[in-house]
Unconditional design. Structure first.
Ligand SMILES: C[S@@+](CC[C@H](N)C(=O)[O-])C[C@H]1O[C@@H](n2cnc3c(N)ncnc32)[C@H](O)[C@@H]1O
Length: 162
């Protein structure tokens, strides 16, 4: 019984602590994942960052297009699942367990996020400070308050930083 309570407690902690640093886990629908990647429109060998990669669904779809992709995930259980699911694409995918706000981002051409409203302006500042330009941001569901999207489709918003 104490072990079970410990496991349940750890799971509640893993899934709730991220609320202080970003959105809770909710996977993007498959149709929107493919639309997001179409909008990102990278070349094989380019790098996509996914800030909060959940179970690795987007990482796999991006790797299948021949892109390199780095996914950050704060929840250790989801980071482990994403890492296991993407082992097959090891040359293309890197899963980093940790808080993407505090990480040094590698060079990249695009970013995908599914966050929450309260984090979108902070994300804009972080991209201005940390991204190599030009870089494209595709955000599912939430917009950056201070910017006009370059395009939008199926609930996805595209921004370009030059
Ligand atoms: C709404 S889910 C989206 C998952 C995935 N990107 C998708 O679209 O299917 C947000 C994910 O971001 C993770 N997350 C939230 N804040 C984070 C942070 N500061 N650093 C790393 N991961 C974070 C959550 O644990 C969750 O898995």
């Amino acid at each position: 019984m104490p072990i079970l309570l410990g496991i349940v407690g750890a799971l509640i902690l893993f899934f709730s602590i991220v609320l202080l640093r970003g959105a809770p886990y909710l996977p993007t629908l498959t149709k929107q994942v493919e639309t997001a990647l179409d909008l990102v429109d990278l070349k094989p060998g380019d790098t996509l960052l996914e800030l909060g990669c959940g179970d690795g669904k987007v990482l796999i779809a991006a790797a299948k297009r021949g892109w390199n992709v780095v996914g950050y995930e704060l929840n250790p259980l989801l980071a482990l699942i994403a890492w296991l699911r993407t082992l097959k694409y090891k040359g293309h995918v890197r899963v980093v367990w940790g808080d993407f706000w505090n990480k040094q981002w590698p060079p990249h051409q695009a970013i995908f996020v599914f966050l929450l409203d309260p984090f979108m302006q902070k994300l804009d500042t972080k991209i201005i400070q940390s991204s190599s330009k030009p870089v494209k941001l595709v955000s599912f569901a939430f917009q950056i308050p201070s910017r006009k999207p370059k395009a939008s489709k199926d609930g996805l918003f595209v921004y370009e930083y030059k």
